[in-house]
Ligand binder design. Structure first.
Ligand SMILES: NC(=O)c1ccc[n+]([C@@H]2O[C@H](COP(=O)([O-])OP(=O)(O)OC[C@H]3O[C@@H](n4cnc5c(N)ncnc54)[C@H](O)[C@@H]3O)[C@@H](O)[C@H]2O)c1
Ligand SMILES: O=C(O)C(=O)C[C@@H](O)[C@H](O)[C@H](O)COP(=O)(O)O
Ligand SMILES: [Zn+2]
Length: 363
């Protein structure tokens, strides 16, 4: 698998690198290159990732730091909350972490979002790096600096924009990832193609057998393209004043379903059904053909993403979409598709249209 490095603009002339690697061997060197060596380090990870990769990462980090401690919390979206952040603060204080300290987020999107938020608020902001180990985190959550936690069942309600100092992914960690989690990453990947790259969307659909078998060259091509697209959007609009909202394609209905299902359905799976709802609404408006709509459903289905969800009431899901933080002056900022690989922000979607689209994904 080709190993590669991309650069993302942070602010002014500052950039941070994204490393696409097959092991942890160059992690210390990557940190040194950013001038982050000889700092106290806290590795933040969860209970599933710790037994798999904590030791390897710790021993790689020992090359550039003699003071390393760890914070491990129970895996799962249900722990992406302020209680866990408080436990992290306590561990940092107990270990006398100062402003020069470095947090290392080792895990999926839950670990990355929570660690980034901890880093953005502890002592008014310290540095952190992302070491993503899920497909979803490698293609989406580790890049772009959206950090945060859920609050009272509202998704990502409390958070901050805080860019990592570097992203280092060891793509071979995907070999231990459960299938359902791999599928979640595919939800965000298909989303990325649908937003702005028709050729990429078709590449991902066409090569489903190889990608699902973790063919290394296909995987690295796919991950790289996703990171490139996300990095481009984030560079142009780091704080979601405009274009970045496109990355929310499928998330209006997706986040509502995630919340209504009490987080039993995973984020990437909810994005999958959210994509179907957004595609249906786009088709109803004459922006997508029936063939394109079917192609999107087929693409999602081929990666085992759910096409529908059970035991939910359409009115309740609609009400939940209204509580999303993307509301603006009473209007939902909805992302529609204008053909495959083209998308735009629309504030005119009516309750009736949305309800119809929600009914389309409910059993
Ligand atoms: N900040 C952003 O831009 C952004 C983007 C997309 C999603 N998100 C957030 O990311 C979260 C979802 O992330 P996720 O799908 O990575 O979930 P996750 O972090 O819960 O990880 C999924 C599961 O896989 C386990 N795991 C992680 N790496 C593993 C590995 N290599 N082998 C075996 N098991 C492993 C984890 O312990 C967990 O049980 C959601 O909270 C979502 O809101 C944030
Ligand atoms: O990076 C972004 O911007 C995204 O919207 C990426 C999404 O995949 C991700 O789920 C994000 O956390 C959603 O953002 P939110 O602001 O709607 O919580
Ligand atoms: Zn998402």
């Amino acid at each position: 698998m080709a190993e590669q490095k991309l650069l993302v603009k942070r602010e002014g002339d500052f950039h941070y690198p994204i490393y696409l690697k097959n092991d942890f061997q160059d992690l210390a060197g990557a940190i040194r290159e950013e001038g982050l060596e000889n700092r106290k380090i806290c590795i933040v990870t969860d209970s599933h990732v710790a037994p798999l990769y904590h030791e390897a990462v710790k021993s790689a980090l020992q090359e550039i730091s003699s003071e390393i401690f760890s914070f491990v919390f129970e895996a799962g979206e249900k722990n992406k909350n302020l209680n866990t952040v408080q436990e992290l603060y306590k561990t940092l204080i107990e270990n006398e972490m100062d402003r020069k300290g470095l947090l290392v987020a080792l895990g999926g999107g839950v670990v990355g979002d929570l660690t980034g938020f901890g880093a953005s608020t502890y002592l008014r902001g310290i540095d952190f790096i992302q070491v993503p180990t899920t497909l979803l985190a490698q293609v989406d959550s580790s890049v772009g600096g959206k950090t945060g936690v859920d609050f009272l069942q509202y998704k990502n309600m409390v958070g901050a924009f805080h860019q990592p100092r570097l992203v280092y992914m060891n793509m071979s960690t995907l070999q231990s990832l459960p299938n359902r989690e791999f599928t979640c990453g595919m939800g965000e990947i298909l989303k990325t193609g649908l937003i702005c790259d028709e050729e990429f969307f078709r590449f991902v659909c066409k090569n489903q057998p190889e990608i699902s078998k973790l063919d290394l060259s296909m995987l690295s091509r796919m991950i790289r393209r996703c990171c490139e697209i996300k990095a481009g959007v984030v560079e142009r609009d780091p704080k979601e004043q405009g274009e970045r909202a496109l990355l929310n394609l499928g998330h209006t209905v997706g986040h509502a379903v995630e919340k209504m299902k009490n987080f039993q359905l995973l984020h990437g799976q909810c994005v999958g059904v959210g994509l179907i709802a957004a595609a249906y609404l786009s088709m109803q408006r004459g922006l997508l053909t029936e063939e394109e709509y079917e192609e999107i459903r087929k693409g999602c289905h081929s990666y085992n993403l759910p096409l529908s969800v059970d035991s939910l009431n359409a009115g309740d899901v609609l009400a939940a979409t209204k509580k999303d933080k993307k509301m603006e002056a009473g209007h939902i900022k909805f992302i529609l598709m204008d053909g495959i690989g083209k998308s735009f922000i629309d504030k005119t979607v009516t309750d009736e249209e949305l309800l119809q689209a929600i009914r389309e994904i409910l059993i």
